[in-house]
Design a protein around this ligand. Structure first.
Ligand SMILES: C[S@@+](CC[C@H](N)C(=O)[O-])C[C@H]1O[C@@H](n2cnc3c(N)ncnc32)[C@H](O)[C@@H]1O
Length: 334
C-alpha cells in the first residue's frame, strides 16, 4: 500500500504487485473460456472514467438523472434516517457528483467534522475528484482509497463513530446476485448497529427503455465498451482492430439484466504479446464485458436479507424506475 499525505487528503493505493491476479492473467482466463468474457472493472482507466461521465449526461441514460433527482428531493430525509454519522464511505465513487448532494445536506448540520472515504479502482480519476471535493468542502477530510472493492475493505481507516456506506449508481447491478449478496455481506460484517448502507438500484422496466440506455445514438457507450480492447492493446501489446467488433447491449429476460458484448464481425485472430498467445474469434462470437442487473423491490430485499441487512427505508421516483434503499444490519440473535 502506498500513501500520499496532504493536510486534509490522504490518498491510499492498493499494492497491485501483491494482487493474486494481474490484468494479463484475467485477460488470459477470460478469453480462453468457452464463452469469452472480461470483468467490467477493467473499463475504468482514466479514459474509461471520462467516457462514463459522458454516458451519465446522455439523454438515453436515465439512471444518473433519476438517482440524482431522488437524492435532490430526499437527501435530508436520508441523512435524518441514517442518524448522526461521522463518516461517509463510498464504494465506486466515480466523480462524486451525487455524493455532493449528500455532503451539502450533511454540511447544513455539521460542516466541520465529517470525513469522506471514497473507494475507486480508477486511481488518477479518484485523486482528481478527491482534490476537487477538498477544495469545494473546506470542512471535509478525505481518505481516498484507490483499490478494488474487496481489497479496499481491509484498508478502511478505523471507525470513529457511526458511518454511512454508499453504493450508488446501480453499481450493485454489475455483480451476479450471488456475488452481490456476498459483497454486501462483507460490508455488513464491518458494520456496527448504528451504521447504515445506502444502495442505488435500477428497477425493472420495459426493455425499450433499458436497451437504448446502454446503446446510445451518439455511440459513447460503444466507445466505453471498446475502451477495454484499447486498454489490452496498450497495456498488453495486443492487436485488436476495434472496427472489427460491434457493441451490443441486449436485455436478457431470464437473467433480468442488460449484457454488454463485443461482437466479432468476422473470423479473426488477435495476438496478445504479453501473453505470447493468439485468440481466434468466429463471426458473431462475442466477449461478454458487463452485466447490469435490474431488480424488483422484493428481489432486492431478499438479496439484502441474505447479506444480513434489512431495508429500513427506500425512496423512488414518480415512474418507479430507480430506488435508493437504506439498509441496516440485522442484529444477530443470541
Ligand atoms: C458505474 S460507475 C458509477 C459511479 C458513481 N458511483 C455514480 O453513481 O455515478 C462505477 C464506478 O465504480 C468503479 N469501479 C467499478 N468496478 C470497481 C471495482 N471492482 N472496485 C473498485 N471500483 C470499481 C469505477 O471506476 C467507477 O467509478
Amino acid at each position: 500500500m502506498t500513501q500520499q499525505m496532504d493536510t486534509r487528503l490522504r490518498f491510499l493505493e492498493a499494492d497491485v504487485s501483491r494482487s493474486p491476479e494481474s490484468f494479463a492473467d484475467v485477460v488470459a482466463e477470460g478469453l480462453s473460456a468457452a464463452q469469452k468474457w472480461l470483468p467490467c472493472r477493467y473499463f475504468y482507466d482514466e479514459a474509461g472514467s471520462h467516457l462514463f461521465e459522458m454516458i451519465c449526461d446522455l439523454p438515453e441514460y436515465y439512471l444518473t438523472r433519476t438517482e440524482r433527482a431522488i437524492l435532490d428531493t430526499h437527501a435530508d430525509a436520508m441523512l435524518k434516517a441514517a442518524g448522526d454519522i461521522s463518516a461517509l464511505v463510498e464504494f465506486g465513487s466515480g466523480s462524486g457528483c451525487k455524493t455532493r448532494i449528500l455532503l451539502d445536506a450533511a454540511g447544513k448540520n455539521r460542516p466541520n467534522n465529517l470525513s469522506y472515504i471514497p473507494v475507486d479502482i480508477s486511481g488518477e480519476f479518484l485523486y482528481n475528484s478527491s482534490r476537487a471535493l477538498m477544495q469545494d468542502y473546506p470542512g471535509l477530510s478525505i481518505t481516498a482509497i484507490a483499490a478494488e472493492y474487496n481489497d479496499a475493505i481491509s484498508m478502511l481507516p478505523p471507525r470513529s463513530g457511526p458511518r454511512l456506506f454508499l453504493f450508488m449508481g446501480s453499481n450493485v447491478g454489475n455483480f451476479d446476485p450471488c456475488e452481490a449478496a456476498s459483497f454486501l455481506a462483507r460490508i455488513r460484517s464491518g458494520m456496527h448497529s448504528e451504521d447504515r448502507l445506502l444502495v442505488g438500484i435500477d428497477l425493472h422496466k420495459h426493455h425499450s427503455h433499458l436497451e437504448p440506455a446502454y446503446d446510445d445514438a451518439a455511440g459513447v457507450t460503444s466507445r466505453f465498451n471498446k475502451n477495454l480492447l484499447k486498454r489490452i492493446n496498450r497495456e498488453l501489446g495486443a492487436n485488436f482492430d476495434l472496427d472489427q467488433f460491434d457493441h451490443h447491449a441486449p436485455f436478457v429476460d431470464h437473467h433480468s439484466r442488460i449484457e454488454m458484448r463485443l461482437v466479432s464481425q468476422r473470423e479473426q485472430t488477435v495476438r496478445i504479446a504479453a501473453l505470447d498467445r493468439k485468440f481466434t474469434f468466429q463471426p458473431e462470437e462475442y466477449i461478454h464485458t458487463e452485466n447490469s442487473h435490474k431488480y424488483s423491490h422484493a428481489a432486492f430485499s431478499r438479496l439484502a436479507l441474505e447479506a444480513g441487512l434489512a431495508i429500513e427505508n427506500s425512496w423512488t421516483d414518480e415512474r418507479e424506475w430507480f430506488a435508493v434503499c437504506l439498509l441496516k444490519p440485522i442484529e444477530a440473535r443470541h
